[in-house]
Write a new protein. Structure first.
Length: 368
């Protein structure tokens, strides 16, 4: 018998997001565990969140829901916050994940950018990342003994056309007026030498020209410290790229772990970290074995002293897995081409993306 379209809708329907999604989502779906873990972390941060808000004025968007929405964006490769607004409005699974009832409309996309401009989103996101790592450490999923470190470049939200000579900046550091032709006016810079010493981006002054074997682009550098047991990101930094920034940030990341009482026994890395021998000496003095690969043309590098140790080959195999973190962050999380400007904004986005990566790994490591 042919079904007919019901043209008159019922006057009252007793439904909510949970009843619509919970009954139809597979019991072993990883979203259930990711949501459970994320809500547990957010509940533990309630007191810290209170410190960021005034007790008077209009109520804000709950920070818990804002962070859950950004996690959804990082989990499902949503390209922009305008698109995220539409997803929140029309996707029932997204509403269920965030905890937004059916009778409440999605927030305007500017909610996220205003929170970022007020320097509110960045510390909240990093608090979430940090607390989640502590939760996984309490579950014995994070190893403190054997770590790996590496860095990657993220393309800034600025082009070569935005580069201006530092000598052309006014006393307040502002660039000269734009040439006629609109925001995408023709700029002839062919044959002109450009470097970080002589030029700065008028669009994103925090970004720097850098490359890893290819064309130099305005970029930021993401440095990640991962543990070797389950390949979880335990800490990270975001900085403008320089010739020595990877080694400097690696030293900072390991020093922070030591300050927190998690001094590692070994740290694995690629050959860039063995350059100059300074980082090798620093780790050795801290009773940490630097398991760094070395270029063939450096037979006297200090890092070679540790190549015959028992764990060197294991560290070298494990440190390659950090590329999985970068692959997720840049391909799924959208960090290959940034959509925000400024060091603080990039740090906040990286906090969310790496937290999303850890949540996915956490859900696969705790399938029950």
């Amino acid at each position: 018998m042919r079904g007919r379209i019901r043209k008159q809708e019922p006057m009252f329907v007793a439904l909510n997001v949970d009843s619509l999604v919970e009954s139809r989502l597979a019991m072993d779906h990883p979203l259930r565990r990711i949501r459970l873990f994320a809500r547990g972390v957010l509940a533990s941060l309630d007191t810290e969140f209170e410190k960021f808000y005034s007790h008077t004025g209009r109520p804000s968007v709950p920070p818990e829901q804002m962070l859950m929405a950004l996690l959804w964006q990082a989990l499902f490769s949503i390209r922009s916050e305008r698109m995220l607004e539409d997803v929140i409005r029309y996707d029932l699974r997204c509403r269920w994940f965030i905890g937004l009832p059916l009778d409440q409309d999605a927030w305007n996309h500017s909610t996220f950018s205003k929170a970022r401009e007020a320097f509110l989103l960045q510390p909240l996101a990093y608090l979430f990342f940090e607390r989640h790592v502590a939760f996984m450490r309490a579950e014995n999923l994070v190893s403190s003994d054997h770590l790996s470190v590496d860095g990657t470049l993220m393309s800034a939200w600025a082009s070569h056309k935005s580069l201006v000579k530092k000598d052309d900046l006014d006393d307040d550091g502002n660039p000269p007026p734009r040439p006629p032709g609109g925001r995408n006016a023709w700029v002839d810079f062919k044959g002109e030498k450009r470097s970080n010493a002589t030029h700065v981006s008028a669009t994103d002054p925090d970004s720097k020209l850098a490359s890893k074997g290819g064309e130099a682009k305005l970029s930021f550098e993401l440095n990640v410290l991962a543990e070797n047991r389950n390949n979880l990101a335990v800490d990270f930094t975001v900085c403008p790229p320089t010739g020595t920034s990877e080694r400097e940030e690696a030293a900072t990341l390991v020093a922070v772990q030591a300050m927190q009482g998690h001094t590692p026994k070994t740290v694995g890395a690629d050959r860039k970290y063995a350059e100059g021998d300074k980082l090798v000496e620093q780790f050795y003095k801290a009773d940490i074995e630097p398991h760094f690969s070395v270029r063939d043309d450096r037979p006297n590098a200090l890092a070679r002293l540790f190549h015959d140790t028992t764990g060197y080959s294991i560290s070298q195999r494990c440190r390659m897995r950090i590329e999985e973190i970068f692959a997720y962050a840049k391909t799924i999380g959208g960090l290959a081409k940034l959509k925000v400007r400024g060091l603080s904004g990039v740090f906040g986005v990286a906090s969310i993306v790496l937290a999303a990566y850890n949540l996915r790994r956490h859900a696969s490591l705790q399938p029950g």
